[in-house]
Structures are given as structure tokens and as C-alpha cells.
Design a protein around this ligand. Structure first.
Ligand SMILES: Nc1ncnc2c1ncn2[C@@H]1O[C@H](COP(=O)(O)OP(=O)(O)OP(=O)(O)O)[C@@H](O)[C@H]1O
Ligand SMILES: [Mg+2]
Length: 293
């Protein structure tokens, strides 16, 4: 039994290491509660573990859970495969989206949508290809795609292109947002969706996200720049460093980071801010200390 309600995602003492280096805990006890309807931003130096956190939440096999739990809808997500987490309404927009040559954007999104319609236990009563049995008709799917692509100012031809194949950096990020718009997640993790976007694209993508915000969706927004937070207003801003959330605050925290860099805030948190970004990121485990990087 869990004590988390249906309206929040609770991360408790989450500890994570890369499967390739099981002794190197990147996340050393993350505690975070994000309610539906809230947007939380996470900022932190390069290498502090922001992407590790998003992968751990989504169930990436290259990351080893060393401890903790993530409660959502009465489940500990850490016990579930990535596809089950997606069926429970989780969504991750990748920092570095992968190309899938040979698979069109439309087929990809339709498959994902269909998989979700079946629910976590793949309800046999639902046949996503049959509109009479809980499926989405091709006509409705096309209509929805067109509307969402217009929202993100994507040309219709994108639907027939192969997933991320030959896409520019900005186009990849827009495709991530299109997937989110189509899947209508209940919990969305956006990992540096703003990086690589020009000013106009940033505004369009941010408007796309804002148009989707609703009381039944929680958002975890990973970013390096407070600029994004001018468009998407966070309820809380957290700073991740040295494997933990070292401080949390309002949007003014992001403004302060932009002004001062991480140094002062990390020093206030009792961390040695004289170290380089890389050293700041994750303290070396004793067995790896001194290993050249
Ligand atoms: N599969 C892996 N094998 C070895 N080390 C890894 C692996 N994945 C992540 N790491 C290490 O974990 C640390 C955190 O990486 P992560 O990608 O989570 O950082 P980040 O906060 O997202 O950084 P950025 O701001 O640059 O995106 C880094 O030192 C990285 O090299
Ligand atoms: Mg990252």
C-alpha cells in the first residue's frame, strides 16, 4: 500500500547509478513531490544528473536503481517496465531524440497512442484499430495530428517523414512536443526541450506546452536557462547538484542563478563551489577518486 494520492508523483530517496558503473551513484537521494496541475523546473550544472533522473523515472535500462521509490497512481513505478509507465500516463521528451529511419512520424505516434489506449493491463476488450472497440478512427487521428501540428507550426509533410531522420535540432524538439500533444500525458518530463531552439521556435514550443497545461497533468521541466521560464511559468524551481536537490524556490531562484551562476547557491548549500562544473556535478566515490577524467 502507498500513501500517495492519485494526484501526485512522489519521489522518495531515489538513488541511481549508470548500469555501466554501478558503484557511481549519480543520484544520491532525490525527494520530490509533484502534484497534477503543477510545473516544477529542475536546473543544475552539466553532469549533475538531470537526464539520469528523467531516465530513471521513465525506466531506461542503462540506469540502475540503487534505492528509493517513485509512487504514482498507487504503483511504485520503479517496479514497472517503461511501456507500463507510459501506459500509466508518463511521458518523456528526450534531450537527445533518436532517429528511427523507416518509421514514419504518423505511424510512430499512432502506435504509441494505440498502446496507451489499451491501458496498463492491455485490456483485451479494447482494440485500438477498431473505433467501435475503443480505438481512434484514422479520420479522427489525422484531424488531431493536423490540429496539433498547426499548433506547433509544423508542416504537414512532417507526418510522412521518418522519425527524426535528417531533422534539425529544433525540428527534433518540436517532434517531441508533437508526441506530447498527441499522447496527452498525465505526467510529462521535458528534458531541455528548449536547447537548440531559436528564439521564435522557443516561443512556439513554449506556447505548445502552455496550451497543454491542465489541472490533470504534472510537469517536470529540465532546463539550463531561465529564459524558458519566462514563457512556461514554474510553480517551483529546484537546483540539482552533487546528487541531490540542494535548494528549491520560486522563479526568482532561476533569475538568481542566471545572475550569479551556481557558485553562491551551492556554497550556501555547503558544497564546494570553487570546484569546476564537472567536479561540482557528482562527488567521486572513494573507489574512483583520483581516476583521471
Ligand atoms: N550510461 C552511463 N555510463 C556512465 N556514466 C554515465 C552514464 N549516464 C550518465 N553518466 C554520468 O552521469 C553524470 C550525470 O549525467 P546526466 O546526463 O544525468 O547529466 P545532466 O545533468 O543531464 O547534464 P547536462 O546538463 O549536460 O544534460 C555524468 O557525469 C555522466 O557522465
Ligand atoms: Mg541532460
Amino acid at each position: 500500500m502507498t500513501d500517495a494520492t492519485d494526484r501526485e508523483l512522489v519521489i522518495r530517496d531515489l538513488r541511481v547509478a549508470p548500469a555501466a558503473k554501478p558503484d557511481r551513484e549519480i543520484l544520491q537521494g532525490i525527494n520530490l513531490t509533484i502534484r497534477k496541475g503543477e510545473t516544477h523546473a529542475i536546473m543544475g550544472p552539466n553532469g549533475s544528473g538531470k537526464t539520469t533522473l528523467s531516465y530513471a523515472l521513465m525506466g531506461h535500462p542503462a540506469y540502475l536503481i540503487k534505492g528509493g521509490e517513485v509512487l504514482w497512481k498507487g504503483y511504485n513505478l520503479l517496479d514497472l517496465s517503461a511501456d507500463k509507465r507510459a501506459r500509466l500516463g508518463l511521458f518523456l521528451a528526450f534531450q537527445y531524440p533518436t532517429a528511427i529511419p523507416g518509421l514514419s512520424v504518423a505511424s510512430f505516434i499512432r502506435s504509441a497512442l494505440n498502446a496507451r489506449l489499451q491501458g496498463i493491463d492491455k485490456n483485451p476488450g479494447v482494440d485500438p484499430t477498431d473505433p467501435m472497440r475503443g480505438g481512434v478512427s484514422m479520420l479522427d487521428f489525422r484531424k488531431k495530428m493536423r490540429a496539433k501540428m498547426a499548433l506547433l507550426r509544423m508542416e504537414d509533410s512532417f507526418a510522412t517523414r521518418y522519425v527524426n531522420d535528417g531533422f534539425s535540432g529544433g525540428e527534433k524538439k518540436r517532434l517531441e512536443m508533437l508526441q506530447m500533444a498527441m499522447l496527452e500525458p498525465e505526467f510529462a518530463i521535458l528534458d531541455e526541450t528548449d536547447s537548440g531552439l531559436d528564439i521564435d521556435a522557443l516561443r512556439i514550443v513554449a506556447e505548445g506546452v502552455n496550451a497543454q497545461l491542465n489541472p490533470d497533468m504534472g510537469v517536470l521541466l529540465i532546463t539550463h536557462y531561465q529564459r524558458l521560464l519566462n514563457y512556461i511559468k514554474p510553480d517551483v524551481v529546484h537546483v540539482l547538484a552533487a546528487g541531490r536537490i540542494v535548494t528549491s524556490g520560486g522563479k526568482d531562484l532561476a533569475l538568481r542563478l542566471e545572475e550569479e551562476g551556481y557558485g553562491p547557491i551551492l556554497r550556501e548549500a555547503g558544497l564546494d563551489a570553487g570546484a569546476s562544473d564537472d567536479e561540482m556535478a557528482v562527488p567521486q566515490q572513494p573507489e574512483t577518486a583520483g581516476a583521471g577524467r
